[in-house]
Design a protein around this ligand. Structure first.
Ligand code: VG1
Ligand code: CO
Length: 543
C-alpha cells in the first residue's frame, strides 16, 4: 500500500452554504477539487488518524468516483474505519442514524439534495459531526479557512476496494464495513412508530402513492412501505434511483412533483400521497386533492404526535426555521411547550436537540424531523403521518380542516426568483436592509408595518451569534414577509420571498392561497422592488 502526499494549491469558493459545499458537477470533477475539500475537512477537524466515519451519498452522477477517492484519502490520512453504504448509497437520514448508532467521529455525505444531478447538474459534499448532524458554522468556517491555506493532500495510490457487496474489507490498515443502506434505518423506524397499526391500515385497503422522484428514497420506501407494512405493490413510484434522477428535479413540491400532484388530484386518487427529495431528507404530503403545506404539516404532526409510541407524552419542545409559518407556534402554545425560531438550515437544530430542548422541528422547505437523528427525515415524516392517520381515523383533508377550525390558518407561500445576477440580488438586499429602521409605522401597498429587522440568532446553548439571516417584516394585521437569498444554489443568486397571512378561528379557511396572500404579495413588491432590481415581473417557482 503506497500513500502519496500530493502538492496542491488553494481553490477559491470552497465555502459551505446552507447545507454543505454545492457546485456544478464539472467543477467537482476538476483535478484536486474534491481532494482539497476532503483534506480540508480532515485537517480542520483534528485529522483523520484513528478516526471512524460514515460515508455515502444519494447516488447521483459522480457518487461512485467520489466515494472511491474519499476511501483512498481516509486510508492515507490514517483513519481506522469507514462505514460505507452498499454501492455508496445512503440517504442523508440513514447516514445520520449510522453515525449515532455506531458512535463514529462523523460522516461525509455526498449530495446536492434537491438540486438536479447528472453531468451537467450539481454535486455536493457535506460533513456531519459526531452527533449525526450537519457540522455547525464554527466547523464549516474552519473547513473553509483550511481550503484557503491547503498545500498538500494525502491519498492511497491503490484503487479502492469494490463496495458492491456488504461485508468487511481493508485497505492498508483501514477497515471498511459495507452495510445494507436500509436495514438500520428500518430498525429505527420500527422503534418509533406503531407498525402494526399502519399495517392494519394498509390491510384495510388504504392506498398510498409515494413518489421517490428517481432518487435515494426509492429502496427505503419500497422496503418499508411495501415489503414490511404491506402497501400494495407499485405504491412507490419512480422507485429506482438514477444518476440524473430521470432527468428531473428531485425537489418535492407541487411544481416539481407534478406526477404525484396529478395522481392525487385524479378521480381515483389514493388516500395519501407523499414525495421525497434527492437525498431523502425532505417530504411533501398530500391528501386526496389536497396539498398540505410543510408549515401546516409540522403543526399537525406536533398536534398529533402523541399518537405515535415514541412521542406520546415526550414532546420537550419544537423548533422551526425563521421563514417557516407560525402555525406550529400556536400548537406549541396550546401544548404548553417552548417553540424556538432558528435560521434556515438544519445545522441550527442540532444544539437544541442535543440539549433535550426540542423533540420535533421543521422548515417551510419540506423538511421535518425529530431528535431520533440529527437530520431532517422524509420517510420518517411519512411514517408519522401514517401512524397518526391509522390511530386517529380521520383522513388528511378532514384532519387539516379541523386543525384550521381549531387554531386558525396561516396561509403561506414561497416565491423564488432563480438565477438572478448576484449584483442585482445583493443590491436589492442592501436597499431593503437600509430601509428597515424607518419601516415600522409606515405603510406598503396599504399594509402597515409593525416590526422590521434582519434576523440574527443567538444560539441558546453555545451562545454563538449568527447574523444577516434574512429580513423579516411583520404587519399590524399579523401577516409576515421574509426575504433572503438562498445558500444552496450553484448559479447566480436565488431570491426567496416568504409570505404569510393568518386568518383566525371562525374565518374563511378555504380560500385560494395566492388570493388570500394578495395583500402581502403587493406589500412585498412595494418594499423590495423586485421588478426594478431584477427586471422580473413574476417568480420562477411558487410553492
Ligand atoms: C434550502 C432550504 C432550507 C434547507 C436547505 C437544505 O436552503 O430553504 O430550508 O435547509 O435548502 O435542504 P436555501 O439556503 O437554498 O434556502 V436540502 O434537502 O437541500 O439538504
Ligand atoms: Co435534501
Amino acid at each position: 500500500m503506497t500513500f502519496l502526499t500530493v502538492q496542491t494549491a488553494p481553490i477559491e469558493g470552497q465555502k459551505p452554504g446552507t447545507s454543505g459545499l454545492r457546485k456544478k458537477t464539472q467543477i467537482f470533477r476538476e483535478p484536486g477539487y474534491l481532494e482539497n475539500f476532503v483534506q480540508s475537512i480532515f485537517d480542520a477537524t483534528g485529522g483523520a488518524a484513528s478516526r471512524t466515519y460514515v460515508l455515502g451519498g444519494d447516488g447521483r452522477f459522480f457518487n461512485s468516483e467520489a466515494i472511491g477517492v474519499i476511501i483512498r484519502m481516509a486510508a492515507a490520512n490514517g483513519a481506522a474505519r469507514l462505514i460505507v453504504g452498499q454501492n455508496g448509497i445512503l440517504s442523508t437520514p440513514a447516514a445520520s442514524n449510522l453515525i449515532r448508532k455506531h458512535g463514529t467521529d462523523g460522516g461525509i455525505i455526498l449530495s446536492a439534495s434537491h438540486n438536479p444531478g447528472g453531468e451537467a447538474g450539481d454535486f455536493g459534499v457535506k460533513f456531519n459531526a459526531a452527533n449525526g448532524g450537519p457540522a455547525p458554522e464554527k466547523i464549516t468556517d474552519a473547513i473553509h479557512a483550511r481550503t484557503l491555506a491547503i498545500t498538500t493532500y494525502r491519498i492511497a495510490e491503490d484503487a479502492a476496494p469494490g463496495i458492491g457487496e456488504t461485508g468487511r474489507f481493508t485497505i492498508g490498515d483501514m477497515q471498511i464495513d459495507v452495510v445494507d443502506p436500509v436495514a438500520d434505518y428500518e430498525t429505527l423506524m420500527r422503534e418509533l412508530f406503531d407498525f402494526d397499526a399502519i399495517a392494519n391500515l394498509f390491510a384495510g385497503g388504504f392506498r398510498i402513492c409515494f413518489d421517490a422522484m428517481h432518487a435515494v428514497t426509492g429502496p427505503y420506501a419500497t422496503r418499508i412501505l411495501e415489503s414490511t407494512l404491506g402497501a400494495a405493490e407499485g405504491s412507490v413510484i419512480n422507485a429506482v434511483p438514477s444518476p440524473d434522477f430521470g432527468g428531473g428535479h428531485p425537489d418535492p413540491n407541487p411544481v416539481w412533483a407534478r406526477e404525484l400532484v396529478a395522481i392525487m388530484n385524479g378521480s381515483d386518487a389514493p388516500d395519501f400521497g407523499a414525495a421525497s427529495d434527492g437525498d431523502g431528507d425532505r417530504n411533501m404530503i398530500m391528501g386526496k386533492g389536497a396539498f398540505v403545506s410543510p408549515s401546516d404539516s409540522l403543526a399537525l404532526l406536533t398536534a398529533y404526535a402523541n399518537l405515535a409510541p415514541a412521542y406520546c407524552g415526550r414532546l420537550a419542545g419544537v423548533a422551526r426555521s425563521m421563514p417557516t409559518s407560525r402555525a406550529v407556534d400556536l400548537v406549541a402554545e396550546r401544548l404548553g411547550i417552548p417553540c424556538y425560531e432558528t435560521p434556515t438550515g438544519w445545522k441550527f437544530f442540532g444544539n437544541l436537540m442535543d440539549a433535550g430542548k426540542v423533540t420535533l422541528c421543521g422548515e417551510e422547505s419540506a423538511g421535518t424531523g425529530s431528535s431520533h437523528i440529527r437530520e431532517k427525515d422524509g420517510l420518517w415524516a411519512v411514517l408519522l403521518w401514517l401512524n397518526i392517520l391509522a390511530r386517529d381515523g380521520r383522513d388528511v383533508v378532514q384532519l387539516r380542516a379541523d386543525h384550521w377550525r381549531s387554531f386558525g390558518r396561516n396561509y403561506y407561500s414561497r416565491h423564488d426568483y432563480e438565477e438572478i445576477p448576484v449584483d442585482a440580488a445583493d443590491a436589492l438586499m442592501t436597499a431593503l436592509r437600509g430601509r428597515l429602521a424607518n419601516l415600522p409605522g409606515s405603510k406598503a401597498a396599504g399594509m402597515e408595518v409593525s416590526t422590521a429587522d434582519d434576523f440574527a440568532y443567538r444560539d441558546p446553548i453555545d451562545q454563538s451569534l449568527t447574523g444577516a439571516q434574512g429580513v423579516r417584516i411583520a404587519f399590524t394585521d399579523g401577516s409576515r414577509l421574509v426575504v433572503r437569498l438562498s445558500g444552496t444554489g450553484t448559479q447566480g443568486a436565488t431570491l426567496r420571498v416568504y409570505l404569510e397571512r393568518y386568518v383566525g378561528r371562525g374565518g374563511d379557511h378555504e380560500q385560494d392561497v395566492q388570493a388570500a396572500l394578495a395583500p402581502v404579495i403587493a406589500a412585498a413588491e412595494a418594499l423590495t422592488e423586485i421588478t426594478k432590481h431584477t427586471g422580473r415581473s413574476s417568480a420562477d417557482v411558487i410553492t
